[in-house]
Design a protein around this ligand. Structure first.
Ligand SMILES: *[C@@H]1O[C@H](CO)[C@@H](O)[C@H](O)[C@H]1NC(C)=O
Ligand SMILES: *[C@@H]1O[C@H](CO)[C@@H](O)[C@H](O)[C@H]1NC(C)=O
Ligand SMILES: *[C@@H]1O[C@H](CO)[C@@H](O)[C@H](O)[C@H]1NC(C)=O
Ligand SMILES: *[C@@H]1O[C@H](CO)[C@@H](O)[C@H](O)[C@H]1NC(C)=O
Ligand SMILES: *[C@@H]1O[C@H](CO)[C@@H](O)[C@H](O)[C@H]1NC(C)=O
Ligand SMILES: *[C@@H]1O[C@H](CO)[C@@H](O)[C@H](O)[C@H]1NC(C)=O
Length: 385
């Protein structure tokens, strides 16, 4: 008591206090300048501000495929595994079997819809905060990018628009672990029973009908107009017209309802390989779609440098130089070995994609202009556009 209260003791306490503050400031300075803002204190603060939780959110990549899918998509899956190990995400692989929760009751569940049923069950039974669901033939070309760039905690479901048509991509989405999401995905899987006959586009066509129903319950008339097309869909041209019709309801904003966000063309986390003949650049690209082992081809010396022109939509070149060694995919390792012949400049990629973008916008207008056909009783189908 007397020690603390006498002059000398008080000075000691003040000194100690100043000293402690000094150390804390010094520590924060270290976080800012040395670790580039990646220390625990600053991360907690920024996580709290963004996600509303002090710990960094837990993120998983989830793939649902049939049992022999792992062989057919091994390069894509290895790249995803390597990426998860390097970035500290969990990797979840689920076999798309029928089980008591997905596919043994009244609904048979066709392969594609059943995937979303499995994802819903996985989320319901997990403490992971965000799930990036991807098709099994999606791989990573740019491990420096992070899934966090695309997460917006305001939304339960995040999608992106496919580049080459008017479709929302059903084959990849970010699902936030909420009760709303779990119900949304279960109802989506069950939506299989509501599809029209004809060319309904499986879970991808169905997603458009389903999303419209979820988002616009007060707009039955507008939705019915699009369904006039969907009910008559006999080929992809009809299907894409139906999807363009739904897109007119979604509008051009990314935030539609406060629940669902849809990244516009070219701004999502993934794109198709064939758009640029497999060429990529780290400024624009992150994940690439379309890596089926059986369709991978090699180039010959004579073909170099590779053209960026579209050739065959299924075939693709391996962007890696040498095998992906999973034992070397250690935390923080984002320097993989790439084949320089498959890389190109960002300018070349952008030029190519911009040209396509304009072309696909014209396709959209053509499709919308065909809408009236479906409201008339004609015998001839409209000309293919
Ligand atoms: C949740 O996971 C546990 C452990 O893996 C498993 O035993 C259980 O059946 C799962 N529950 C559901 C609802 O999937
Ligand atoms: C979510 O659903 C579970 C199980 O039905 C329930 O226990 C929990 O309270 C719900 N959470 C919220 C935030 O509503
Ligand atoms: C589409 O077909 C279904 C099933 O035949 C029918 O119930 C629905 O009313 C049709 N919708 C439109 C807009 O024609
Ligand atoms: C491409 O080259 C690799 C390695 O030389 C070889 O294993 C593979 O069979 C080749 N693929 C084709 C389609 O020729
Ligand atoms: C990082 O991982 C890649 C892919 O497996 C590997 O080729 C590379 O050698 C690793 N780099 C280091 C520094 O371990
Ligand atoms: C991407 O484009 C930039 C700008 O043209 C270029 O400097 C870079 O080398 C390219 N390569 C890769 C792998 O991103």
């Amino acid at each position: 008591m007397s020690v603390i209260c006498n002059n000398g003791g008080f000075k000691y306490v003040v000194k100690c206090f100043i000293c402690t503050i000094g150390l804390v400031v010094l520590y924060i300075c270290i976080e800012v300048f040395v670790t580039d803002g990646n220390g625990p204190i600053l991360e907690s603060i920024s996580s709290m501000k963004f996600y509303g939780q002090a710990e960094k959110p837990k993120i998983a990549i989830i793939v649902v495929t049939h049992r022999d899918g792992t062989g057919q998509y091994s390069l894509a899956l290895d790249s995803i595994k390597c990426y998860c190990q390097a970035r500290g995400y969990e990797f979840i692989l689920i076999f798309n079997d029928r089980n008591e929760k997905c596919g043994q009751r009244d609904i048979t569940f066709q392969h594609f819809f059943r995937r979303h049923c499995h994802v819903a069950n996985e989320i319901a039974n997990s403490t992971i905060n965000y799930f990036l669901f991807i098709d099994a033939d999606i791989g990573v070309v740019n491990p420096k990018r992070k899934i966090e760039e695309f997460i917006d905690p305001k939304f339960d479901m995040i999608y992106y628009n496919r580049f080459y048509n008017q479709e929302i991509t059903a084959g990849s989405y970010i699902a936030k672990n909420t009760n709303w999401t779990i119900k949304y995905l279960r109802d989506y899987a069950n939506y299989e029973t509501k599809l029209p006959r004809g060319d309904h586009g499986k879970d991808n066509g169905g997603l458009h009908a389903y999303i419209a129903e979820v988002l616009f319950p007060k707009r039955p008339i507008e939705i019915a107009s699009c369904w006039m097309v969907y009910n008559q869909s006999r080929n992809h041209n009809d299907l894409f017209t139906f999807e363009a019709c739904i897109q007119t309801l979604l509008g051009i904003d990314e935030d539609i309802s406060g629940r669902i966000k849809i990244f516009k063309k070219g701004t999502g986390w993934c794109r198709d390989s064939w758009l640029t003949n497999s060429l990529w650049n780290s400024t624009t690209d992150f994940m690439i779609h379309g890596w089926k082992n059986s369709r991978m081809i090699n180039y010959t010396e004579k073909e170099l440098p590779l053209t960026i022109r579209e050739r065959d939509r299924g075939r693709w070149y391996n962007p890696y130089a040498g095998p992906l060694d999973l034992s070397k995919c250690t935390p923080g390792n984002d320097t993989w070995n790439f084949d320089p012949n498959i890389q190109t400049t960002v300018e070349r990629i952008r030029e190519k994609l911009d040209k396509y973008y304009a072309q696909f916008e014209m396709d959209k207008i053509n499709r919308l202009s065909r809408l009236s056909w479906y409201f008339q009783k004609k015998t001839e189908p409209p000309k293919k556009t």
